[in-house]
Design a protein around this ligand. Sequence first.
Ligand SMILES: Nc1ncnc2c1ncn2[C@@H]1O[C@H](COP(=O)(O)OP(=O)(O)OP(=O)(O)O)[C@@H](O)[C@H]1O
Ligand SMILES: [Mg+2]
Length: 291
Amino acid sequence: MPNHIKLPKEIEEFLEQSSNIDENFEHLYTSGGYIESDELIQKTIITLYMGKNILLKGPTGSGKTKLAESLTAYFQKPMHSINCSIDLDAESLLGFKTIENKEGQTEIHFVEGPVVQAMKNGHTLYIDEINMARPETLPILNGVLDYRKTITNPFTNEVIKAHKDFRVIAAINEGYVGTTPLNEALKNRFIIFQVGYLSGDKLKQVIKSQTALKNENTINYMVKLADELIKETKKGKVSEEAASTRALLDACDLAVYLTPLTAIEHAIAEKLEDEREKSFVLNLAETYFKD
Ligand SMILES: Nc1ncnc2c1ncn2[C@@H]1O[C@H](COP(=O)(O)OP(=O)(O)OP(=O)(O)O)[C@@H](O)[C@H]1O
Ligand SMILES: [Mg+2]
């Protein structure tokens, strides 16, 4: 937990209680590392502590998954992930039946899916790209996401009541191809936080901790470029993803061995569909870097 995060005493004490690692789910533990702006960590921790579901909204590469992983790590719980798509169905959420052969006898066995596992064990459920699911798939979770915290598994008829530590974090990119507006009743079950691209010193901190780039000058100019791109995206001059933190971190890594301009061309500019936007990014980069 970063030192500067101010939390009410009881929440701090709650998070400090050491909990045993559940060896069956060792591979699902995550680590921290999200660098915040707008006291986002404090607000989201309080929300989760209160047992509410969180919905993170923000553009691609803005750190939604990183934030979900960091929050889960602060609560010291494994994180079960669901990646939504039009193929997502009740079985991918809840699990499926299999037939097993035991000593000549066939037995029907239910393999629990991520929702059931997270509910029973009091873990965190991360539902990524929740607006990529077909609108009729997710209402099955309505009872899981409201005060009931319960589901009747349609495959086994088992009534599952969530463990008290069960938490849900979801994420969406709004307006992207393949997304549908979130159903109101589903949205209503979440507390919503906007996640934006980092800029300035915080971005510098992320570059230093997550990329191989060490050249202080190059780092400073990369941050300036990102700050400028964020301004321009707000004015509508370039698409939002031009300022993506993920793309910038990729550019910083490439800039260890390639020229910064080449790195920016391939990690940032080439991702934009519009030729004018591409040129705009490259021209801007040329004001900071020479080939
Ligand atoms: N605030 C931040 N603190 C630390 N790392 C960050 C932050 N923002 C972005 N990153 C880094 O940028 C990259 C992209 O972040 P992440 O994958 O969490 O984005 P996302 O919002 O989930 O994107 P998508 O919508 O495409 O899934 C990761 O390498 C992540 O570590
Ligand atoms: Mg993500």
